[in-house]
Structure formats: structure tokens, C-alpha cells
Design a protein around this ligand. Structure first.
Ligand SMILES: NC(=O)c1ccc[n+]([C@@H]2O[C@H](COP(=O)([O-])OP(=O)(O)OC[C@H]3O[C@@H](n4cnc5c(N)ncnc54)[C@H](O)[C@@H]3O)[C@@H](O)[C@H]2O)c1
Length: 341
């Protein structure tokens, strides 16, 4: 029996390599084109992938075609231009997070996605991270009762990351939107949309870089639920996204770098009649860049004509929270995110 396949074009040879590996691992996926504006990268990555042609011009690749879905792994500042062009040309698109750096750009992509015939998904990778998937499963099963507080952090030292677009002084990439969007999106996925944020930021670690490198944000949700996001791109520790979810009946501690997540539940009493809260570990795979999971999703969505979970609007609403956090840092006032439907 013939296997139906989705033909992919990947753009950008940084994270793009993880997506090419994902395409290689999924039988329903095949790589047919690769583009990078840097000729050396375009040539090397294409050759390694066994392609007999390489592109340095995105629009030439769009005109040539020969693929169904474009995976955009390019600087955040150009996601809008490249997403809109791909959608208008009729392709399916998987775009790396963050959808864009401003809500203005996000709205333009969302409008294009809503009228396009192709499917559009944002690569919010935490939703494909095994430890966080397990945490969501336990929450949905009711194991910790109602969430009353959730905290997540994005702690990742960028001191040695050279890619110049991350440090663009004109089209700034704020830490909370560029990397912190992971923690914001994870919190939205697990606990829903915050209705208000209050935030502070400082600049003490990456003094040669153009933006504040640490942000702390307090979030308020419906029903008096509270949240917190800490984001640092200058911290002196290994990359982690430690996340703690406090519920009325139990607590989950998880992150993206550990082989297990831990659940503490009510129910077992010690000799004095006090709760013991023994740690219940759940083993999980360590896979914090599960691009293969995203490629698999994209194949299922395209081949099965299924609805997309992480739509342009979903990606945009994560950026809406980041934008409210930045505004609160600037004004010193609580700020409501401006969500789109
Ligand atoms: N999911 C994750 O955890 C994760 C991790 C890192 C980066 N990202 C995201 O992935 C995207 C790419 O980041 P990266 O770390 O791979 O960056 P990178 O700088 O390592 O690679 C980007 C590549 O895009 C190429 N490029 C730039 N402009 C181009 C253009 N107009 N046309 C074609 N190619 C162009 C560059 O030459 C470069 O090779 C960003 O949106 C970033 O936020 C996601």
C-alpha cells in the first residue's frame, strides 16, 4: 500500500536541522527543499540532507514549489513576512515560536491564516515536551484538584549565543517574548489565559546586550487563580524550565530537563494523622526540542484534514501576554493582555 506523504521545505539552518531530523524520523514526511540566506549553510545542509539543489532566496523557492508544507525556522523579526507569503502562495506552514515579536505582526499572520487554504501551526514546543504532557494529563485527570497557583521559569543563559538577529537594536527581541514565551505558553496551556499581569525587569547579566535580561511577572486568572513567570536569559545555570503547579488536592513539580516529574497527592496519613505527601515519580523522556513531535502533528493534520491546536491565534495570544508583561514593566502598572479570537 502506498504511504501518503507530506513534502516539506525547511527554511533556516539552526533549528531547521532539528526539523530535518524530525522529517527523517517520520515515514509520512519527506524533505524536498531547503533554504537559508547564508549560502554556506544552504549548501551544506542541503547536501547533508541528500537534496540536489539548495536555495538562498525564499521567494525563488516559493515560486519553484514541489512541497506542501513550509517549516519556518528563521529570525522572529521576519516571521510575519515569510508566513504571510507562504500562506498567500497556498502552502501549509509550521512556524517556530514566538509567532512574532509584536502583536501587530501576530495579527497580520492570524488574518492571513484565517483566510488561507493551508493549515497553520505554531511550534510552541513545550506542548510537545514529554514531562509537560504528563503534567497536563495528571491535571486533566483531576489528580491535583483545582489549580490555585502555577509558576514556570525560562532560565537559559544566552551569553554565548551569537546569532545577530537576537541582539538587533532596532527590531528588539525582548527576553520575555523571544525565550520567555515558552513559559508563558506553558502556563496558558495548563491553566488558561491570565486576565492581568504585573511585571518588573532588570538588566544585570548581559550588559553588552540591548534588552533587559530578567523579568518577573505576577499573573491573575479568572476565579482568583494566581501565577508567576520568571524569565532570565543571563542566569548562570544550565537551561531549565522548572514548573510547579499547586492544586487544592496536590502539587506537581516538573521541568523539561529531568527524567521524571513528581506528583504529591493527599490521602496517605502518618501515625499522627497528618498527611504524608509521599513523592510519586513518573518517568518521562527528556526531549525539550521535540521537533519530531511537531512534524508528526503537521503530517496528521494535513493528511487527515484535522483541526490545528496551536493556531496562529493561539501563538498570538501567548505574545499578547508577553506584550502586556513588557507594558507593565514600562508603566509600573497592572496590564490586561489584549487577546485576539
Ligand atoms: N523551539 C525552540 O525551543 C527554539 C529554540 C531556538 C530557536 N527557536 C526559534 O527558531 C527560529 C530560528 O532560531 P535559530 O536558533 O535556529 O536561529 P539561527 O540564527 O541559529 O538560525 C537562523 C537561520 O536563518 C537564516 N536566515 C536568516 N534570514 C533568512 C531569510 N530571509 N531567508 C532564509 N534564511 C534566513 C540564517 O542564515 C540562519 O542560518 C526563531 O524563531 C527562534 O525563536 C525555537
Amino acid at each position: 500500500m502506498e504511504t501518503k506523504q507530506v513534502r516539506f521545505a525547511v527554511v533556516g539552518g539552526g533549528m531547521g536541522k532539528a526539523h530535518i531530523k524530525g522529517i527523517d524520523e517520520i515515514p509520512e514526511a519527506i524533505l524536498t527543499a531547503f533554504c537559508d540566506i547564508d549560502e554556506n549553510v544552504a549548501k551544506t545542509v542541503s547536501q547533508e540532507a541528500g537534496l540536489d539543489k539548495y536555495y538562498t532566496d525564499y521567494y525563488e523557492m516559493l515560486r519553484d514549489g514541489g512541497f506542501d508544507c513550509i517549516v519556518l525556522c528563521t529570525p522572529d523579526q521576519i516571521h510575519r513576512e515569510q508566513c504571510v507569503a507562504a500562506l498567500e502562495a497556498g502552502y501549509h506552514v509550521l512556524c517556530e515560536k514566538p509567532l512574532a515579536l509584536t502583536m501587530e505582526d501576530c495579527r497580520a499572520i492570524d488574518a492571513a491564516a484565517k483566510t488561507a487554504k493551508g493549515k497553520f501551526m505554531v511550534g510552541q514546543i513545550c506542548r510537545k515536551t514529554p514531562g509537560f504532557i504528563k503534567a497536563k494529563e495528571l491535571i486533566d485527570e483531576g489528580r491535583i484538584g483545582e489549580i490555585f497557583f502555577i509558576e514556570s521559569e525560562y532560565a537559559h543563559d544566552y551569553a554565548h549565543i551569537v546569532s545577530p538577529w537576537r541582539w538587533d537594536t532596532v527590531n528588539l527581541r525582548p527576553a520575555i517574548t523571544g525565550g520567555g514565551c515558552h513559559a508563558v505558553d506553558l502556563i496558558r496551556w495548563l491553566a488558561g489565559d491570565p486576565i492581568e499581569v504585573m511585571a518588573y525587569s532588570n538588566h544585570k547579566c548581559l550588559l553588552d546586550k540591548p534588552c533587559d535580561d530578567a523579568t518577573i511577572s505576577i499573573l491573575k486568572f479568572e476565579n482568583n487563580v494566581m501565577g508567576k513567570v520568571f524569565c532570565s536569559i543571563g542566569c548562570k545555570r544550565y537551561y531549565t524550565m522548572r514548573t510547579v503547579i499547586y492544586g487544592t488536592k496536590g502539587t506537581i513539580i516538573c521541568d523539561n530537563r529531568s527524567p521524571e516529574i513528581t506528583l504529591y497527592e493527599m490521602g496517605e496519613l502518618d501515625d499522627n494523622g497528618h498527611e504524608k505527601y509521599p513523592a510519586k515519580p513518573f518517568p518521562v523522556d527528556i526531549n525539550h526540542h521535540n521537533a519530531t513531535g511537531e512534524i508528526k502533528d503537521m503530517c496528521d493534520i494535513i493528511l487527515g484534514d484535522l483541526p490545528v491546536e496551536i493556531t496562529a491565534a493561539e501563538g498570538a495570544n501567548t505574545v499578547a501576554v508577553c506584550e502586556a508583561i513588557l507594558k507593565s514593566c514600562e508603566t509600573g502598572k497592572p496590564t490586561a493582555p489584549e487577546y485576539i479570537k
